[in-house]
Each structure stands twice: as structure tokens, then as C-alpha cells.
Design a protein around this ligand. Structure first.
Ligand SMILES: CC(C)(COP(=O)(O)OP(=O)(O)OC[C@H]1O[C@@H](n2cnc3c(N)ncnc32)[C@H](O)[C@@H]1OP(=O)(O)O)[C@@H](O)C(=O)NCCC(=O)NCCS
Length: 189
């Protein structure tokens, strides 16, 4: 399936993550969880998901270890979103993180990040992509051609958080079909 979605907002600049982006990305993550996903989860679940903005060094390590792209406002150069791809075994890529600053949601920032991530995945030889989508992100990934494989309730800081294992085939005609072979443990980011 061809990725769809209206890139109608001002085009952000997309570039690879740098360690100096870590603090801004940590704030975007924290705000995206607490404001962007607030209508889908209880306050207790949001607090368990993101108790505080992640520590800068640890976050820089985590994001640097993956193919992470950031989206910058073209005028202010403020970081408005990021997406991370983990390239696993057997041609499977896993989108581990996808977060957009709440004031910039619905403008096509994630759409543009995803288009670049999918290109990177194809260039790396990935034949299939997986993600563990939050309730907030499920419609977005469905629009990009991902299919729900199963509903799951991983426990984070002692609290269960509903998410959906979703997958998309990058080759062939039947997007998302096939056995589950996702990379890494199931988690809500
Ligand atoms: C999920 C998330 C990453 C999507 O980011 P986003 O930049 O808002 O996504 P986009 O703008 O590209 O697309 C979102 C929707 O807005 C629509 N849209 C895009 N540009 C638009 C515009 N200019 N006007 C109106 N709608 C627009 C898209 O069609 C899409 O609709 P859909 O949900 O029906 O598919 C973001 O909402 C987020 O961070 N959510 C909270 C945290 C979270 O749950 N993260 C995911 C963890 S798995």
C-alpha cells in the first residue's frame, strides 16, 4: 500500500538525530505523552509511561543507537518531532519511537518523518516494518499501510498500557500480512 496522508502543514526539515537534540527530543516525548495521548489513557497510565522527561545522556544513547530522524520547524529550527527505526534481523525494521510536539500534531509532521524512515528502511534492505502503536498512533500507522497483528497490554512501571502490534510489508501486494517477527520486546515506548 502506498503511504497516504496530507502533508499540508509547513514542511519541516528532516535530518538525522544528533546528540545535541536529546534534551529537546526528551521534552517532545514527555509532552506528546502527557498532552498528545491524554484522551486515550488515564492520568495514572500517562505517568507510568513517561514519569519525567528522559535523562539527556541516556536518551541520546538510546536514540543514537537507532536510525532516528528529527523534524525541525523550518523557521525557528525548533525540534517538533522525531521517529526511530531499529533494524533487526531477517529484514525486519521496528519503529520504536514516534512523537510529535502536541501543538504541531495534525500538520503532517509524522507523515513526513515516516516517509523518510520508510525510505531508510528500504535502503537498509528491510522487507517488513513493525511497530507497537499507542491508541493515539494506531490510526496514523493504519493510514501508512500498517495492519494490526494483535492488541497487547505491556506493563510499564507497574501499570498496563494498551498498544497494538502493527506490521507493514515493504514488498509484495498484501501490506502487513505475514507471521509476526518483530524486533525487540513488546513495549509502549
Ligand atoms: C501519533 C503521532 C506521532 C502522529 O503525529 P502527527 O504529526 O500528528 O501526524 P500527522 O499530522 O502526520 O497525521 C495525523 C493526522 O492528521 C492528519 N493531518 C495531517 N496534516 C493535516 C492538516 N494539515 N490538516 C488536517 N489534518 C491533517 C493526517 O491525515 C492524520 O490523520 P489520521 O490520523 O486520520 O491518519 C502524534 O500524534 C503523537 O505524538 N501522539 C502522541 C504520542 C504517541 O502516542 N506517540 C506514538 C507512540 S506509538
Amino acid at each position: 500500500m502506498t503511504p497516504v496522508g496530507p502533508p499540508r502543514g509547513p514542511a519541516p526539515t528532516i535530518r538525522p538525530f544528533r546528540r545535541s537534540d536529546a534534551a529537546a527530543a526528551a521534552l517532545v516525548f514527555h509532552e506528546a505523552v502527557h498532552r498528545g495521548a491524554a484522551e486515550h489513557y488515564t492520568a495514572r497510565q500517562l505517568a507510568a509511561w513517561a514519569p519525567a522527561p528522559p535523562a539527556e545522556d541516556a536518551w541520546a544513547d538510546r536514540l543514537s543507537a537507532m536510525t532516528t530522524l528529527v523534524a525541525l520547524d523550518p523557521a525557528s529550527e525548533a525540534l517538533v518531532g522525531f521517529m526511530s527505526l531499529e533494524i533487526g534481523r531477517r529484514g525486519v525494521g521496528h519503529i520504536d519511537l514516534a512523537f510529535v510536539q502536541p501543538d504541531r500534531m495534525g500538520e503532517g509532521v509524522a507523515y513526513r518523518l515516516y516517509a523518510a524512515i520508510e525510505l531508510a528502511a528500504r535502503a537498509a534492505g528491510c522487507m517488513r516494518l513493525t511497530t507497537d502503536a499507542s491508541l493515539a498512533a494506531r490510526p496514523f500507522f493504519a493510514r501508512q499501510g500498517f495492519v494490526v497483528q494483535r492488541r497487547q497490554t505491556p506493563v510499564r512501571n507497574g501499570v498496563a498500557l494498551t498498544s497494538f502490534r502493527m506490521a507493514k510489508k515493504l514488498t509484495g501486494d498484501d501490506a502487513g500480512a505475514g507471521d509476526d517477527a518483530g524486533a525487540g520486546a513488546v513495549s509502549v515506548k
